[in-house]
Design a protein around this ligand. Structure first.
Ligand code: HEM
Length: 218
């Protein structure tokens, strides 16, 4: 098999050559393990806080954009494969967000619950949006496992939609912390909403076409 065949397999057919257990181990154990070790040994001496926040925000965007991208770019099988790994990606996102917060608490030298309560009650402040976003992410994390999925039934999907509230909160927090202001955050949120709109429109059109094929005279 030459390199072009391999690329075709990966990009168009979505065959990623990485066993599922490797991806699961990375998401569930390696990432939190490495972050925990860094936190224990270096949190008071480095300023990773901003970088971890940036990674968390980008991962969150990626997790939420991959589904619309897979619908819009239907021929790219790799996107569909990644859609199947959103649980692992979401969990990884949560760990980066959590440690972004924990590194900040180490920086200011206060206990995490003290900082969280202070930030959460400072309604409308730049960090308040981050705290609210993190709270939403905790709910998503706690309910992300298969047991919760089974027990929550139809509520599970509804709860997962919290992610569409978390994203604007995080974008506002990030843009404000980076000094870009509300206008920049609103622009990004609008772009995201438009992408979702295109996804729903395409899905609607495909559904219509399928129904027409099944019952052409209706
Ligand atoms: C209670 C929760 C949170 C607190 C106290 C907090 C605090 C902070 C602080 C102090 C900064 C400035 C960092 C710096 O400039 O070095 C920051 C920036 C940022 N935070 Fe948060 N944050 C919280 C939640 C979150 C969450 C949940 C996310 C993402 C999922 C996030 C993403 C970001 C991003 C992207 C930045 C900009 C980083 C940069 O300037 O490079 N934050 N946050």
């Amino acid at each position: 098999m030459n390199i072009l065949d391999i690329l075709e397999n990966i990009i168009l057919k979505g065959k990623i050559y990485i066993p599922r257990w490797v991806i699961n181990s990375a998401a569930y154990y390696v990432v939190p393990g490495v972050l925990l070790v860094l936190y224990i040994f270096t949190s008071s001496t480095n300023d990773l806080n901003g970088d971890l926040g940036e990674i968390a925000k980008n991962l969150l965007l990626f997790v939420l954009l991959v589904k619309p991208a897979s619908v819009i770019f239907r021929r790219i099988g790799l996107l569909r494969t990644i859609v199947g790994y959103r649980r692992q990606l979401g969990i990884t996102t949560f760990y980066f967000a959590l440690f972004h917060f924990l590194f900040y608490t180490a920086e200011v030298g206060l206990a995490p619950p003290t900082v969280f309560t202070a930030v959460l009650t400072d309604v409308g402040a730049n960090m308040w949006y981050g705290a609210l976003g993190l709270l939403g992410m905790v709910v998503l994390y706690v309910t992300s496992n298969k047991i919760a999925q089974k027990n929550l039934g139809k509520w599970w999907k509804r709860i997962q939609r919290i992610s569409y509230l978390v994203l604007p909160l995080i974008l506002i927090h990030a843009e404000l912390m980076e000094g870009h202001g509300y206008a920049s955050a609103t622009g990004l949120i609008t772009l995201f909403a438009l992408t979702k709109g295109v996804e729903w429109f395409i899905l609607g059109q495909r559904k219509k076409a399928r129904l027409q094929k099944l019952a052409p005279d209706v």
